[in-house]
Design a protein around this ligand. Structure first.
Ligand SMILES: Nc1ncnc2c1ncn2[C@@H]1O[C@H](COP(=O)(O)OP(=O)(O)OP(=O)(O)O)[C@@H](O)[C@H]1O
Ligand SMILES: [Mg+2]
Length: 408
């Protein structure tokens, strides 16, 4: 998979940028803060409708602008699609495919696949459960595009159910509240169960690849393991973590969506008293987490810096491989985005990543200095510059295309 053109309009620090991208490596060089990661983030957003840096869209829109627009010419083998997505604050995002009529933004999911490695990946291990949920959901929406709309539906139901629980807390529980809550419970259980089912499928698909990738990246004989912590089976993200070793594969993993919905409904009923006291929904995929360990030792809070990095990289590598397994056709390999990662890695991990990079049809690399980028990737480079607080991108390779004051 690859992009031949990427246009950013009022996205992050860009007023307007139009990049012609090449197959193979594309390296974006520039000082800290000029807007390199913003480009990586834009490509990630076109494939998953979410950012790897922020959980919500508003920071993606340039300060003072009323909306951001991303456009891209995407290629999958001989198939082509022109994608446009409009990021609107406070109202629904829209998309257009091949310059057609505006549609829901989730319609573009599944067309473009990418895997992004970034320094923020350490947060996959160290950060809050929401970062881990996002990892699984970002993979899920790229592989199962229908899930994009389902996620929005779930979030809507959750917001409404939470609003109801808040008013119950303030006004007391009336019969009307009771029947409305029943309706929201049903909807939360059906949408939540489908979301949970897909997350568990992603976990099962990633598991062997994470173990394998971890072995490749580290000298360790210990095995990288993952287990799902569900609010359905008593996981409580507000409780102090008992650092026990959860069973690697949870019985939930073999349950059908209908069974999960039943269980969710039962768990909601059991949590009702607590929920009314607190005024929030305490059960559902929005309260779940994934536990990472090396053999039986948890990674979070225990692993060394190097082990933590290897685990985070193994998760991304595994994501790439799961996508390859899912669509092994030539030309379907996800776009590989390496945002500022080479500088962070030791020789072994650099080598491993460079090896992977040679297999990708298109590679986007960002770095502050070219010394950090393996020589063989530097054939096609751009300089990212910033003027008047607006970033611009100037091709460096092919002297005829170099414009503006980019000499250094
Ligand atoms: N919504 C926004 N509107 C305007 N500017 C923004 C917006 N969001 C981020 N920026 C600016 O974009 C810049 C950061 O860009 P980016 O993260 O792409 O930098 P970078 O080139 O990757 O830097 P580094 O080498 O430090 O990683 C900052 O100057 C920030 O203020
Ligand atoms: Mg950056």
């Amino acid at each position: 998979m690859r992009l031949s053109q990427l246009v950013l309009q009022n996205f992050r620090s860009y007023h307007e940028a139009d990049l012609a991208l090449q197959p193979g490596p594309n390296v974006l060089l520039g000082y800290n803060g000029v807007g390199k990661t913003n480009i990586a983030e834009a490509i990630g957003y076109l494939s998953s409708l979410s950012s790897h840096r922020v959980p919500h869209d508003p920071p993606l829109i340039r300060h003072g602008a009323s909306q951001a627009i991303l456009r891209a010419q995407a290629h999958r083998g001989s198939q082509e699609a022109y994608l446009e997505v409009e990021i609107n604050p406070g109202r629904a995002n829209r998309a257009r495919i091949n310059r057609g009529a505006p549609v829901r933004s989730t319609e573009i999911l599944g067309i473009l696949r990418s895997v992004l490695f970034a320094p923020e990946d350490l947060e996959l291990i160290k950060g809050s459960p929401s970062v881990r949920r996002r990892l699984f959901d970002t993979l899920a929406v790229q592989m199962r595009p229908a899930l994009g709309a389902l996620r929005q539906e779930y979030e809507k139901v959750l917001r409404q159910r939470n609003a109801l629980l808040k008013s119950i807390r303030h006004e007391g529980f009336t019969p009307t509240h009771e029947s409305t809550l029943e309706v929201w419970d049903q909807q939360l259980a059906t949408t939540g169960a489908r979301l949970l089912k897909t997350r568990l499928e992603m976990l099962a698909a990633l598991r062997p690849h994470v173990a394998e990738a971890y072995h490749e990246l580290s000298e360790s004989v210990r095995t990288a393991r993952m287990s799902y912590l569900s609010s359905l089976t008593g996981h409580d993200e507000d409780a102090e973590h008992a650092q026990t070793d959860p069973a690697e594969s949870s019985p939930l993993e073999s349950a059908a969506a209908e069974e999960l919905a039943e269980q969710l409904l039962a768990a909601l009923r059991a949590a009702r008293k607590k929920e009314r006291e607190r005024g929030i929904t305490l059960v559902g995929p929005h309260r779940d987490d994934v536990h990472f360990s090396l053999d039986a030792t948890p990674v979070k809070g225990y692993a060394s810096h190097g082990e933590t990095w290897s685990f985070a990289l193994a998760l991304r590598l595994a994501t790439y491989r799961v996508m390859l397994d899912d669509d092994p056709a030539a030309g379907a390999e996800p776009i590989l985005i390496l945002d500022d990662v080479f500088a962070e890695l030791d020789a072994r991990r650099r080598r491993r990543l460079a090896q992977l990079a040679t297999g990708a049809e298109q590679l986007i690399v960002t770095a502050a200095v070219d010394d950090d980028v393996p020589e063989q990737l530097l054939a096609n480079a751009y300089r990212v510059e910033s003027a008047d607080q607006l970033s611009s991108v100037v091709p460096l390779s092919g002297s005829e295309s170099t414009t503006g004051p980019s000499d250094d």
